[in-house]
Design a binder for this molecule. Structure first.
Ligand SMILES: C[S@@+](CC[C@H](N)C(=O)[O-])C[C@H]1O[C@@H](n2cnc3c(N)ncnc32)[C@H](O)[C@@H]1O
Length: 224
């Protein structure tokens, strides 16, 4: 999979150079390119924003540099995404769906957002990562990329994906590692006795308790 991220702030993306994503890049399973929208500005000062018609606070990203940046990478099969607080809410289901694409382009808005004509021309899928407003699309882009890449074949193990929160209508059960006693708190005995059936029952029960406490809405099953 190739992901082209269009941004005014490519330096924000160092998190994609660490851990599992860095490994997946190194192994050639994924390719992530950071494309600086400013490089495409035809303005002599490389300006990429302007005041909105009709008034209102703040600046908007202008259409021309974004249009040219998209056109420089767009292919017939490109899936274009625009992180936006007014998009549809992101989910594990959407991440899995996005992982099926060969080429994804993510347009990172900044300031008050982008000129509507970019949305009219390219019809990107607008995705919100939550009901709050961030200063730019860079963090949402990283969230979308990270969650999506976990579903790309070979990036992490199938078993890890199967047992995680949102892989069913239950959140993940509590987990423990060594030492067996920490600050006087002992690992539940059932996890140490080697009885796989009892362990599975305990995990299911704890997952249900946690879901009921933190996300009772998930118990009305619907894939997310
Ligand atoms: C300050 S926000 C613009 C907010 C916009 N004026 C509004 O009221 O909907 C700037 C950029 O950050 C990104 N952004 C902010 N919050 C987001 C969220 N919850 N989900 C996805 N993207 C978000 C988008 O790319 C957006 O264009």
């Amino acid at each position: 999979m190739i992901i082209d991220i269009l941004t005014l702030f490519p330096e924000s993306f160092s998190a994609l150079d660490t851990s599992i994503i860095a490994r997946a890049k190194k192994s050639g399973k994924i390719e992530i390119n950071l494309i600086n929208i400013r490089d495409f500005s035809s303005d002599k000062h490389k300006k990429c924003d302007d005041t909105p018609f009709g008034g209102g606070a703040g600046m908007l990203m202008t259409a021309q540099p974004i249009y040219d940046a998209v056109m420089s990478v767009k292919k017939e099969n490109s899936k274009i995404i625009l992180p936006s607080p007014s998009g549809k809410l992101f989910s594990a289901k959407k991440a899995r769906e996005l992982s099926e694409n060969e080429h994804i382009i993510i347009i990172c808005g900044h300031y008050e957002g982008i000129d509507q004509r970019i949305i009219d021309i390219f019809e990107p899928e607008e995705i919100s990562i939550g009901d709050y407003v961030l200063t730019g699309g860079e963090l949402p882009a990283m969230v979308i990329v990270d969650a999506t890449l976990r579903f790309v074949e070979g990036v992490i193990s199938k078993e890890s994906l199967e047992e995680e929160s949102f892989s069913s209508n239950l959140l993940e059960y509590p987990q423990y590692t060594r030492p067996q006693v920490f600050q006087g708190l002992e690992v539940p005995f059932v996890l140490t006795n080697g009885n796989h059936k009892e362990i599975a029952n305990w995990q299911k029960e704890k997952a249900f308790e946690k879901t009921k406490k933190n996300r009772p809405d998930l118990l009305n099953w619907e894939e997310r």
